[in-house]
Design a protein around this ligand. Structure first.
Ligand SMILES: *[C@@H]1O[C@H](CO)[C@@H](O)[C@H](O)[C@H]1NC(C)=O
Ligand SMILES: *[C@@H]1O[C@H](CO)[C@@H](O)[C@H](O)[C@H]1NC(C)=O
Ligand SMILES: *[C@@H]1O[C@H](CO)[C@@H](O)[C@H](O)[C@H]1NC(C)=O
Length: 304
C-alpha cells in the first residue's frame, strides 16, 4: 500500500510555475492564495470554481501544491497593504487623448492612488456624499478599463529590455474617475487627478495576476468596459502610446519600484469625458472591465 501511495504521489503533475495567481475565500471560510483552475470554455479567471493552493509568498518563494480548494469568493490578488504604491498613467492612448481634448503626451503622465483605493473584483464602489450631486455640481462619475502590471522584483534604473524580468504578471483594473473633482473643481490652470480618482474602493483589480509565462507580450490584448451590459470601451493594448516595458523602465529612472507595486497603464477611448451628452455613472450602475486572457472585474456603483 505504502509503495503504491508513493508512486501515485510522484505521478501527479507538478506545475513548474503558476499561471493565474488568485487570492480567495474557500468553503472553510479561510483565505488562500492559489493558481486558478479555469473552466474549459473561458479564460476569465473570475469564472474559476477552484484553484491549486499556493503556499509561501507569491512575491518571493512559493510552492504550487496539488491540493485543489473550492473558490467561494475571489479577493483582489494581493491584500491592499502589500501593494505599497499604486501608479497610474494618464492619456496613454491617442484616441483617449483626442476625445478628452488634450495633446498627445511626449512622456508618460504619472499619478498615484493611495492603496486604500484598491478594491476586489466584485465589491461595490462606494460613492460618499461629497462625490454625489450637490445642487448644480453634478456627480460626474466615469469608468476607465486598464491593463495592470504587477511588479515582482525590485526595479531601479532599469532599461526597457530588463523591464519584464521585474514583472510578475497582469491584471485588469478599473480606474474609477470623478470628472467633477478631477477637472471642474480640480484647480486652474491645471486640473488634478487625486481628488477625482483616489477615494476608497476606486481601484477594483483582479480577478487574477496572469503570469508573464502565459502573457508573453502584453501589447496584444483586447480590453473593454461594459456598463449595465452595454459595451462602452473596446480596444487593444497594441494602441498604448507607451508600452509596458517602457512604463516600468521610465518610472524606475529615479524611483525604486517594489515587489507588489502595481501600475495602471491608462485607458483607451470610450469614456464619458468629452462626450456631448455624457451619461455619468449613477447609483446602482454595474461596471464590468475586462482584459483578454485575464478576465473581468464587475463592481456596482454604491452611494453611501
Ligand atoms: C451653483 O450654485 C452656487 C450656489 O450653490 C452658485 O454660487 C453658482 O453660481 C452656481 N453655478 C452655476 C454655474 O450655476
Ligand atoms: C543607471 O543605468 C545606467 C545605464 O545602465 C548607468 O550608466 C547609470 O550609472 C545608472 N545610474 C544609477 C544611479 O544607478
Ligand atoms: C470588441 O470588438 C471585437 C471586434 O469587433 C468584438 O469581437 C468583441 O466582441 C468586442 N467586445 C466587446 C466586449 O464588445
Amino acid at each position: 500500500m505504502r509503495l503504491i501511495t508513493i508512486s501515485i504521489t510522484l505521478a501527479l503533475p507538478l506545475l513548474a510555475s503558476a499561471q493565474r495567481f488568485v487570492r480567495f475565500i474557500s468553503t472553510d471560510n479561510k483565505e488562500y492564495y492559489g493558481d486558478a483552475i479555469l473552466p474549459s470554455d473561458t479564460t476569465d479567471a473570475s469564472k474559476s470554481k477552484s484553484a491549486r493552493v499556493i503556499t509561501g509568498d507569491i512575491l518571493g518563494e512559493f510552492t504550487i501544491t496539488n491540493q485543489a480548494k473550492t473558490i467561494k469568493t475571489l479577493l483582489s490578488p494581493l491584500p491592499n497593504e502589500r501593494v505599497r504604491t499604486v501608479r497610474c498613467v494618464g492619456f496613454n492612448y491617442v484616441a483617449h487623448s483626442e476625445e478628452a481634448g488634450v495633446s498627445i503626451p511626449q512622456w508618460p503622465i504619472l499619478f498615484y492612488k493611495p492603496w486604500t483605493a484598491l478594491n476586489t473584483p466584485s465589491d461595490p464602489i462606494p460613492v460618499t456624499a461629497g462625490y454625489q450631486t450637490q445642487g448644480n455640481f453634478t456627480s460626474e462619475m466615469d469608468y476607465e478599463t486598464e491593463l495592470v502590471v504587477v511588479i515582482k522584483k525590485k526595479a531601479f534604473n532599469i532599461s526597457d529590455d530588463e523591464a519584464l524580468n521585474h514583472v510578475l504578471g497582469y491584471s485588469v483594473g478599473h480606474d474609477v474617475s470623478h470628472r467633477g473633482w478631477q477637472i471642474d473643481r480640480g484647480g486652474q490652470p491645471q486640473p488634478q487627478y487625486s481628488m477625482g480618482k483616489g477615494a476608497d474602493g476606486w481601484a477594483p483589480w483582479g480577478p487574477a495576476i496572469v503570469s508573464t509565462n502565459i502573457i508573453k507580450d502584453p501589447q496584444t490584448l483586447n480590453l473593454w468596459t461594459k456598463v449595465n451590459g452595454v459595451t462602452q470601451q473596446n480596444d487593444t493594448t497594441a494602441n498604448m502610446i507607451f508600452g509596458v516595458k517602457h512604463l516600468v523602465s521610465f518610472f524606475s529612472m529615479g524611483t525604486t519600484l517594489l515587489p507588489g507595486d502595481v501600475i495602471f497603464t491608462g485607458t483607451p477611448s470610450g469614456v464619458q469625458l468629452g462626450k456631448a451628452n455624457p451619461n455619468w455613472l449613477k447609483n446602482g450602475d454595474v461596471v464590468e472591465v475586462g482584459l483578454e486572457n485575464v478576465g473581468t472585474c464587475t463592481n456596482a456603483i454604491k452611494y453611501t
